[in-house]
Design a protein. Sequence first.
Length: 822
Amino acid sequence: MLSIFFILNSISVPSFSCPFHQKQSLLHFKSTLTNGNSSSYQFVELKSWNLASDCCSWEHVNCSITGSITELHLDGVVVPPPDIPVFSSILAPLFHIRSLTLLNISNNSLQGEIPGDGLVNLTKLVHLDMKDNYFNGTIPRQLYLLANLRYLDMTNNSLNGTLGSFPNLTTLRLGDNWFHGQIPSKLFELKSLRVLNLSDNNLEGKLGPELGSFRNLTTLSLNNNFFDGGIPSQLFELMSLRFLDLSENTLNGSLSVEVGKLLKLESLNLSANYLFGNIPQEIGNLTNLREFSLQNNNFSGGIPSSIVNLKKLEILDLSINHFSSQIPTSIGTLPNITALVLSKNNFIGPLPSSMKNLSKLELLWLHDNRLNGEIPTWLFKVTTLSSLFIGGSGLIWNNEAKIVPRCSLSSISMYSCNISGHISDWLSTQKDMQFLDLSKNNLEGRFPDFLAEGRLEIINLSENNLSGSIPPRLFENVHILLLDLSQNNFTGELPETIGKATRIKFLYLWGNKFCGNLPRNLTKLVNLKVLDIHANNITGYLHDTLPQIPTLEVLDLSNNSLEGYISNNISNLSSLRILDLSRNSLTRSIPREMGNLSGMIKSPENSPSFPISHSIWFSIFDHVVEDGLISEDLVVNWKKSKQRLASRHLETHISLDLSHNKISGEIPSSMGNLKALKQLDISHNKISGHIPVSFGNLGSIESLDLSHNEISGSIPQSLENLSQITVLDVSNNKLRGKIPDGGQMSHMDDLISFENNSDLCGMQIQVLCPEDIRRLERRDKEDEKQSWFLWEGAWVGFLVGFFSSILIMGHFINFLLFLKNW
Ligand SMILES: *[C@@H]1O[C@H](CO)[C@@H](O)[C@H](O)[C@H]1NC(C)=O
Ligand SMILES: *[C@@H]1O[C@H](CO)[C@@H](O)[C@H](O)[C@H]1NC(C)=O
Ligand SMILES: *[C@@H]1O[C@H](CO)[C@@H](O)[C@H](O)[C@H]1NC(C)=O
Ligand SMILES: *[C@@H]1O[C@H](CO)[C@@H](O)[C@H](O)[C@H]1NC(C)=O
Ligand SMILES: *[C@@H]1O[C@H](CO)[C@@H](O)[C@H](O)[C@H]1NC(C)=O
Ligand SMILES: *[C@@H]1O[C@H](CO)[C@@H](O)[C@H](O)[C@H]1NC(C)=O
Ligand SMILES: *[C@@H]1O[C@H](CO)[C@@H](O)[C@H](O)[C@H]1NC(C)=O
Ligand SMILES: *[C@@H]1O[C@H](CO)[C@@H](O)[C@H](O)[C@H]1NC(C)=O
Ligand SMILES: *[C@@H]1O[C@H](CO)[C@@H](O)[C@H](O)[C@H]1NC(C)=O
Ligand SMILES: *[C@@H]1O[C@H](CO)[C@@H](O)[C@H](O)[C@H]1NC(C)=O
Ligand SMILES: *[C@@H]1O[C@H](CO)[C@@H](O)[C@H](O)[C@H]1NC(C)=O
Ligand SMILES: *[C@@H]1O[C@H](CO)[C@@H](O)[C@H](O)[C@H]1NC(C)=O
């Protein structure tokens, strides 16, 4: 018995260990990573790979019954330090292992083109996983020759080119690459396909009827491409479909009643397209549906009553559409709903009380609708709720509704809900919040201390009646990204601790009664983009306290009591696009360095990355989310949600306002460099000297206000180059001479904009200039007929202008002289 056992063993052991040349290939692979040029590569774990042992026993390796290697699970094995490239050539030894049926080299930071010459030798390959690398170039044609391949995953690489066809595939995942062009017709020959994922590419064209040929398809993901046209009816013949994602394309048309044929559908995502019409009643056939999103389309009408059949529904997102019905009572009969997102529609009526049965509700977003009625008291007793956005929904708070202590909301938005009373009473139980928007209510009391200790990232308490000073501890909270306390009754100085909140990007403190100097530690806010403290009583010398923050895009200190002057280090604020220092008591002259503000020199390529209108709170939120600063689950503290609100397209504003100060001296001609500036206001100062000729370079300027100064000389001819200008005010200065009348300047004919100067003339104010008069006289002699025609219009203009000029402009003498000459 024993000897037989030994004999069997001695026979079977060698036949089960892997062939020596395959072992060598693996060891070679390992050594190229550990030796040679790339000695700095680290392995996750390949310790078991050594010459002494059977390679069939190694980690990441599987063998067939006869001992040849069939599977290599090498995902995430290569972990190079940053900046060390790992080229796909390291795979070369693996291509000698011809018996491979499965090769997984995903998530290895591999660069370069896919080694087609090597892979084509692995003729037995069934399963090839190359996702999450940096492969570039096109899919090599050799891959199309792998006749046994069933599963191919190249998700998340940098592949481009057009697509070819693979025989006999059941799974094809090419998402998150740079493929472009249409889906090639050859692809539709893959009748056996079960999973097709082409999401996040640059594919385009219409979705053709050919889609119907994928009879066995269970998953179809074409999201985030440029597909247009309607959804072909053949798609609804794909009876096996369980996941359908066509979101983020430019599809239009309506959702066909045929959608009711997709009885196995578990997830339907059509968000971010241009689809319209009603949701068909037939949606109620899809009793397996768990996720349903139509977010950001043009759907209208109501939620069909058949929704009552979708008992498995967990996520319903109809936000950003034109739905205008009541929220149906049947919503409350869907036991598994965890996310209900109906925001930004025109939903009306009260919240159905049946909703209190939604015992798994975690996320309820109803903001920006036209609901009415009171916020039901049960809402604050739904203990599963972690994200509640009902701001601006039309629901009004009543005194009874209080958050019960068992609730733990991580995000609340209840702006414009009529909430009154003391803020600390209202919120005292909520300590885990990350996002809080209670703006536009009637809250009173001091800034609650417990909020300062929490994990809040986004705080909007603007437009309330809050008072007292900001607790210095607030800024020791390192999480804060956005703080909006504007339009309250806060007092006291801004604490020096502010420098500790280094993550902060948006700081709105305007419209309060803050006093004292700008804290020096503001300069430590190295991520700050917006600092808006206007309409307070900030004092001190600007030249001492100007925060030096290169990331700052908006600085608004207007309407305070700042003294001192604008120092030449202003140009360190190189990202600045909006600077408003108006209505202070600044003195001295505008420094030459003002012309070096690079943010005002170059137009931004896309829309600015900061919110301008603070009133559009949600665009701020969108921005913060889209910026990737907050991962979705951070904002809503909610695992499954991929919710995003589409960001508004914000207008580009680039402006400089120094008006209503005591600034003197001359305008530095360097200011003509600010080519991207759209608005410049230096009015109501004591500025003297001339208007620089360089102002003709302010090519983007739309509004230029130089009024109420002591500017002399003439208006430079170069202003005729300002093709965008629509508002020009030079009134109340000491200007003289002819107003340039070429280009857009000929339309600057608002008399008030030129009044109270020394001696201006020009057709805009219907005052003929001496040189025109001389020219006229000359012409008169040369060609009487022509001059009559030429001056016919002027004569009419003159009559109209005559009286108004006398009345308004006080150029009576000029006119008498002119009349006499004429
Ligand atoms: C090392 O790098 C050089 C060039 O950088 C290359 O020619 C050589 O083939 C590399 N050797 C190995 C073992 O990768
Ligand atoms: C492959 O080998 C691993 C151990 O390395 C084992 O857990 C796994 O079940 C094997 N897979 C197959 C398909 O044999
Ligand atoms: C593929 O196989 C051919 C023929 O067997 C051989 O010549 C070639 O070197 C192999 N290519 C690679 C990259 O292993
Ligand atoms: C692929 O990337 C490598 C470097 O990682 C580069 O040398 C090569 O030119 C790229 N190929 C293509 C087709 O972009
Ligand atoms: C793929 O990308 C590379 C590098 O960006 C480019 O040179 C090449 O033309 C692209 N190929 C195709 C087919 O678009
Ligand atoms: C693979 O596809 C080809 C046609 O492309 C077909 O002839 C062949 O039978 C298929 N093989 C298998 C195993 O399905
Ligand atoms: C579709 O699936 C069925 C059942 O799994 C199978 O019998 C049939 O061959 C598949 N059709 C194609 C074209 O692969
Ligand atoms: C879908 O629902 C409609 C009515 O809601 C019904 O008439 C039809 O038979 C259903 N379709 C399927 C395929 O079950
Ligand atoms: C609701 O979810 C639970 C847990 O995920 C599941 O067991 C149950 O079947 C679901 N209910 C329905 C009606 O699908
Ligand atoms: C603001 O606070 C002051 C006291 O600091 C108080 O007298 C005043 O009434 C408050 N204003 C408003 C609008 O609440
Ligand atoms: C201002 O910043 C400095 C340096 O980080 C720090 O030492 C100081 O404590 C800060 N001031 C306050 C009041 O926090
Ligand atoms: C602003 O502050 C100064 C000094 O702190 C004070 O004299 C002045 O009255 C305040 N102005 C207003 C409008 O509160």
